[in-house]
Design a protein around this ligand. Structure first.
Ligand SMILES: [Zn+2]
Length: 124
């Protein structure tokens, strides 16, 4: 079993930090290093955090890149959806094209950033 309190200050509020190839258990309150944890211990630790309703680290959680990619895909879908329907009026057609242009710019900016370029990069 993992140790669930800090020897130094007695706090039971702990967190894990990844240091190189190891995962350490640290005290939230005084910052003391408690021990290195094995994969099994880490799992037990995460499990107990979840049971306590605290979830600081979600090992399977998506990273920011994945979230941004999903957002870019979402923008693409919103644009497609706009073009599915016939405009209600000439004004609506203008509204739609400005709206979609803005979405398209946002999408391209995100894709540029993900690509390691400036948001306003325009391909040659
Ligand atoms: Zn402590």
């Amino acid at each position: 079993m993992y140790q669930n309190c800090c020897k130094k200050c007695g706090s039971t509020s702990l967190h894990t930090e990844i240091k190189g190839n190891n995962t350490g258990l640290y005290c939230d309150d005084c910052g003391a290093w408690i021990k290195w944890v094995s994969k099994d211990e880490l799992r037990a630790f995460e499990h107990s955090k979840k049971e306590n309703g605290i979830n600081r680290i979600e090992p399977d959680s998506k990273d920011m890149i994945t979230r941004l990619k999903e957002f870019a895909e979402y923008l693409d879908k919103v644009i497609d959806k706009e073009y599915e329907n016939m405009p209600l009026s000439p004004e609506d057609a203008i509204r739609r094209s400005s709206y979609c242009l803005a979405l398209e710019r946002d999408k391209n900016a995100i894709l540029n950033i993900l690509d390691g370029k400036d948001f306003n990069y325009v391909g040659a």
